[in-house]
Design a protein around this ligand. Structure first.
Ligand code: NDP
Ligand code: HEM
Length: 498
């Protein structure tokens, strides 16, 4: 017979009976002294924590990054040196849906990686798209409100989405990707990942280069049409979890080829587009991708809540050799994520095992909710301030980043002035074959059901500036899907709204 462990209370006291509550008499009411029952109910009441305000539904696994190329002249980051192998956690997600949302919904996918490097955690919190809907972080809460539920109807609102997008032409690039085939991948392994922002590399000589990260799927791109996705959702809402978890359990380990684009620091002053604008890519012809390694996922977590729900990714987590850039969206994110984690998981969220760095951690932060690490992170109970005379941890000048070049007067610059929002969506549209274009038109028309004519017309105006065939195709699809016609009223409302 197997010796089974004894069940205990959280305080370690053995539990004599886990089937029957303590009652006054066989048919009598429960006694308040049944603290085992109370502990069980109280724990259950506390099982849910706030879901992520965005990217609430997710799927994750562990894996490895292996570096096969040599970019040591650009960066001193140890995880990126030739031959380095770094353990990692990757969480994929959708953006708008809540935790119970169906997996096979059209949405941008999160692609968040935590690299456990010998110099601390490096988090690359990207998406499956190389660009984003907005370029100024002041608009992020407004944008997300249009993606979430309407306050009165508690339903998602196509009107809010297209109103915001049509008033924000910088969204065109990302909207085109979202409505294209790549907006609804079959499962996480069939899509690319992108760091999206421009980051920087710096080397031992203190030279800085701008960099973009790309993770190209080795499984090939596979997507659902809207109709196929409806069939999938009718059968299962968990298709991504099933595919990712099931695949890894079967030993089918998904892989991505890792590439970087490198831009010399001073080129940023010469490109026709702002290389720190998150709505733009760097054309491959100008900055060819350099292959640097391979990323593989090969282990499922043992406890979804502990390891995936409690995972805390933050763009603020960088390591020596990697830096930020002047991208204002990135700066907002450097603040926002750690703030979200302190709210969602608690002050000491980085002591949760999945978030713990796999290198020594020394700091002078102290008390607060859930200080579970015991002692001080200085390694000495008498060393609790800095500077001190007792050999406490000290700063490391070797980790000092070269100065970041910035210029200009502080002001609220209008980011819509002099910005070409149409050329790059056009380059993408021109890549699409006839079938891809038709599906793009249909997907947009489906997503525009019920949107007032003047908003539709405003958006069609933007599509026309991308490509006349884009506008004509969507207009035709709108007619086919909803019998839509531009009316005098819709055109009049549009011009009144402008
Ligand atoms: P290239 O032809 O050199 O690159 C095209 C890129 O587009 C490839 O990375 C390819 O990804 C990707 N792509 C191909 N089909 C689709 C699709 N249906 N949906 C989304 N992406 C697709 O041209 P450029 O570098 O000049 O870029 C042209 C346009 O391609 C850009 O405006 C942008 O919209 C898009 N793009 C560009 C990227 C970049 O970093 N330059 C990255 C991703 C997209 P893959 O190799 O996986 O097939
Ligand atoms: C999640 C804020 C833009 C990718 C989140 C979360 C916040 C947030 C608060 C929830 C974090 C948590 O509770 O754990 C912002 C702000 C942005 C922004 C303020 C812009 C100003 C972006 C961009 C990308 C991105 C541009 C991708 C390029 C993600 C991903 C997650 C996420 C992948 C989920 C991370 C995970 O799996 O835990 N974002 N975001 N976000 N965001 Fe953003």
């Amino acid at each position: 017979m197997v010796d089974k462990p004894i069940m205990t209370t959280t305080a370690g006291s053995p539990i004599p009976d886990n089937q029957n509550t303590l009652t006054a008499g066989e048919r009598g009411p429960v006694l308040l002294t049944d603290y085992q029952l109370i502990e069980k109910l109280a724990h259950q009441n506390r099982e849910r924590i706030p879901e992520r305000a965005v990217h609430a539904k997710g799927w994750g696994a562990y894996g490895t990054l292996k570096i096969t190329g040599d970019i040591s002249k650009y960066t001193k980051a140890k995880a990126l040196q030739p031959g380095a192998e770094t353990p990692l956690l990757l969480r994929f997600s959708t953006v708008a849906g809540e935790m119970g949302a169906a997996d096979a919904e059209r949405d941008v996918r999160g692609f968040a990686i935590k690299f456990y490097t010998p110099e601390g955690n490096w988090d690359l919190v990207g998406n499956n798209t190389p660009v984003f809907f907005i370029r100024d972080p002041l608009k992020f809460p407004d944008f997300i409100h249009t993606q979430k539920r309407h306050p009165r109807t508690n339903l998602r609102s196509a009107t809010a989405m297209w109103d915001f997008w049509s008033l924000s032409p910088e969204s065109l690039h990302q909207v085109t990707i979202l409505m294209s085939d790549r907006g609804l991948p079959v499962a996480p392994m069939y899509m690319n990942g992108y760091g999206s922002h421009t980051y920087s590399f710096w080397n031992d000589a203190g030279e800085r280069y701008w960099v973009k990260f790309h993770f190209k799927t080795q499984q090939g791109h596979k997507f659902y049409t809207n109709e196929e996705a409806e069939q999938v959702i009718a059968k299962t809402r968990e298709s991504y979890q099933e595919e990712l978890f099931g695949g890894i359990e079967r030993g089918e380990f998904p892989k991505w080829t890792v590439q970087v684009q490198i831009m010399p620091e001073l080129d940023a002053e010469k490109t026709s587009y702002n290389p720190f604008d998150l709505t733009k890519v760097w054309p491959h012809s100008e900055y060819p991708p350099i292959e640097i390694g391979v990323m593989e996922l090969n282990r499922n977590p043992d406890n979804y809540f502990a390891e995936i729900e409690q995972a805390a990714f933050s763009p603020s987590n960088i390591v020596p050799g990697i830096g930020f850039s002047p991208d204002k969206m990135l700066q907002a994110r450097v603040f926002s994520y750690a703030d979200a984690h302190r709210h969602r998981l608690g002050t000491h969220y980085e002591s949760i095992p999945v978030n713990q760095p796999r290198c020594p951690v020394h700091h002078y932060h102290r008390d607060g909710q859930m200080n579970v690490y015991g002692g001080l992170k200085t390694g000495n109970p008498d060393v609790y301030y800095e500077p001190n005379s007792f050999n406490g941890p000290v700063e490391s000048p070797a980790a000092k980043e070269p100065p970041l070049r910035i210029s200009g007067d502080a002001a609220r610059y209008d980011h819509r002035v002099g910005n070409d929002d149409y050329s790059q969506p056009r380059a993408l549209f021109e890549l699409f074959d006839a079938g891809q274009r038709e599906r793009l038109f249909k997907n947009i028309a489906a997503a525009m059901g019920g949107v007032p004519g003047f908003i539709v017309e405003r958006q069609l105006g933007h599509f026309k500036l991308v490509h006349p065939e884009y506008e004509a195709g969507v207009r035709r699809a709108l007619k086919e899907a909803h019998g839509y016609e531009a009316t005098a009223v819709s055109l009049e409302e549009q011009s009144a709204a402008e």
